[in-house]
Design a protein around this ligand. Sequence first.
Ligand SMILES: N[C@@H](CCC(=O)N[C@@H](CS)C(=O)NCC(=O)O)C(=O)O
Length: 208
Amino acid sequence: MNTLWGRATSSNVMKVLWLADELAIPYTLREVGGPYGGTDTPEYRAMNPTGLVPTWQESNWSLWESNAILRHLAATHAGGTPFWPPDARRRAEIDRWMDAQQTLLTPAQNVVFLGLVRTAPEARDMAAIRAATARADAAWRILDAQIARSGAYVTGAALSLADICWGVHVHRWFNMDVDRSESPALRRWYERLLALPAYARHCARPLV
Ligand SMILES: N[C@@H](CCC(=O)N[C@@H](CS)C(=O)NCC(=O)O)C(=O)O
């Protein structure tokens, strides 16, 4: 039996919820992290020494880092191939955008999201939030240009793991009160994602 350890309000957990839904992978959700706690126990740290979520567990084997979990699930379940095709160049292009979500987007967007959504107004560092908004906007402009070139999805005509990695964040981006550049291709892509039942279920939630 599979167990997903995490909380549904986490963007990195949303990635796994979304893909598991697309591929009809069965699992039990064990709520840990954030207000649930439970990530400081020796048992949890033995599975995931970072103490973060998500962790994916298959009987006596477990895996952490959300993007590694996505690759593992796509590689081991029916229907996963279009999300992470075996062709080396196609796979590298998807991996590149997955890495860019972690290294380019998230360090900036996290400051904005945590500052505006999870920090009381009187405690906000607005200078830091404004600077991070500019960096996040630059990352989204890069993706906007990419989607304008590639067509429907991040790396082409088909939904892939790259869309999952950036897609969990675009709902937050369009629903925070921030200065955003015009990004028509990004907006059309977001609307395309909203039409996917698994995205609507797990990712298009009120921001908390
Ligand atoms: N690079 C890691 C980052 C994991 C991470 O930062 N998770 C956040 C939630 S999105 C977390 O665990 N926060 C503390 C908590 O929820 O207790 C991944 O992609 O899995």
